[in-house]
Ligand binder design. Structure first.
Ligand SMILES: [Zn+2]
Length: 103
């Protein structure tokens, strides 16, 4: 199953110390947040809880949760790829070319 990040309300984040602000694009961003793909599929009528992924080497402390942080490629939500497998209690998947997969 593949879901587009734009359909999961994906938003870039900038973490500054312990403060997190939303960003319109990748400029200044060091993370991304979107609705959990697995729970969005399980119940399309309820807004799923958010999933956050920190982008590696963008100023977020290496041990900041959630881990792992991901190297990325792309210039926006529409074509973002993150080079790490993501595993949460309810979702295991990848972000490739602006889409979230459920493994
Ligand atoms: Zn979930």
């Amino acid at each position: 199953m593949i879901l587009r990040l734009v359909d999961l309300d994906a938003t870039f984040l900038e973490r500054i110390g312990r403060t997190i602000v939303y960003r319109d694009g990748l400029v200044g961003a060091n993370g991304i947040r979107f609705c959990c793909p697995a729970c969005s599929v399980a119940d399309p009528y309820v807004k799923a809880h958010p999933v956050t992924i920190w982008l590696a080497n963008r100023g977020v402390p290496d041990d900041a949760a959630p881990l792992p942080h991901g190297e990325f490629r792309g210039d926006g939500v529409h074509n973002l790829t993150i080079w790490t497998a993501i595993e949460t209690p309810c979702w295991r998947g990848r972000i490739v070319n602006g889409c979230a997969s459920i493994l």
